[in-house]
Design a protein around this ligand. Structure first.
Ligand code: ATP
Length: 267
């Protein structure tokens, strides 16, 4: 019953147009994931199949989860976000049945993107996990991924990690997480786009996006989102005092950028 309770299908409301920057990442996903889904026969003719797994890696907060969700939205697929700790917890209980029902849920709702955050946690310390009795779970994860028991066509498995070097080599074999995409912190233009995306449904006035993007070098998408939340919050408080909605301006945004410490710098 764990499978049904922990894992939720969602139909993402975001697609690539909601993802700022990441032009290279989007192009790679287009080529490595979306095209094979759209033209399976063509890919088959060259010995390549649709589905399988890709691995997103990069510093925290740079949009791996967001990009995976937008990928599902882009192809109108269902999305299942699986925290790896939910999977790890499974071995305590009815693990095999639960892991199988998770993959079955994806297969029955295809096209479906099955997203595993922190997937390295599953692949790391395999030896110690073997001792703890979790190796069964890992092996089962790999065979579910290989589609041994059932067909994974049109099930896309996306794993995310901040530490790809911790991932067990068995996870990287062909048909598993054999395609890797580096999700980088956004460049100047990317930061500009991200700020615009997250401000587009808010009242704003006289914003200098170029200046804000310049001042926020090293910021991740999550950092930028946080900056906007702070600036909007400040304006909202001011509006509460006056009783009228006031537009967010450069002043609050520049201040929020200045007060925020970038999280990706040391990566
Ligand atoms: P972690 O590695 O910690 O899981 P992550 O790389 O998965 O982080 P997300 O959780 O996807 O990062 O990103 C956090 C939030 O930052 C997103 O929900 C989104 O609002 C915003 N964000 C990140 N990158 C972008 C982007 N390129 N465009 C628009 N918003 C973004």
């Amino acid at each position: 019953e764990m499978g049904e309770r922990l894992f939720m299908l969602e139909k993402p409301e975001i697609n690539f147009s909601d993802v700022g920057g990441m032009e290279r990442e989007k192009k790679e996903i287009e080529l490595k994931i979306i095209k094979p889904l759209q033209f399976p026969d063509l890919f088959k003719a060259y010995g390549k199949k649709a589905g399988g797994g890709i691995l997103l890696y990069g510093p925290p907060g740079c949009g791996k989860t967001y990009l995976a969700k937008a990928t599902a939205g882009q192809i109108n697929a269902e999305f299942i976000n699986v925290g790896i700790h939910d999977v790890l917890d499974m071995w305590v209980g009815n693990s095999e049945k639960n892991l199988h029902s998770l993959f079955e849920m994806a297969r029955q709702n295809k096209p479906c993107v099955l997203f595993f955050d922190e997937v390295d946690a599953l692949g790391a310390n395999r030896t110690s996990m073997r001792n703890s009795g979790a190796s069964h779970l890992i092996n089962q994860f790999l065979s579910e991924m290989d589609g041994i028991a059932a067909d994974n066509e049109n099930v896309l498995i996306i794993g995310a990690t901040n530490a790809p070097w911790h991932l067990d080599a068995a996870f990287r074999r062909p048909g598993r997480f054999d395609r890797i995409i580096f999700v980088e912190p956004p460049e100047q233009q990317g930061r500009e786009d991200i700020l615009k995306i997250h401000l587009r449904d808010k009242p704003v006035k006289d914003i200098d996006f170029v200046a804000l993007a310049k001042a926020s070098a090293g910021f991740s998408g999550a950092d930028l989102k946080c900056v906007i939340d702070v600036a909007v919050e400040e304006k909202l408080m001011e509006a509460l005092n006056t009783g009228t909605p006031l537009p967010v301006t450069q002043k609050e945004l520049a201040k929020a950028v200045k007060n925020h410490k970038a999280t990706t710098r040391e990566w």
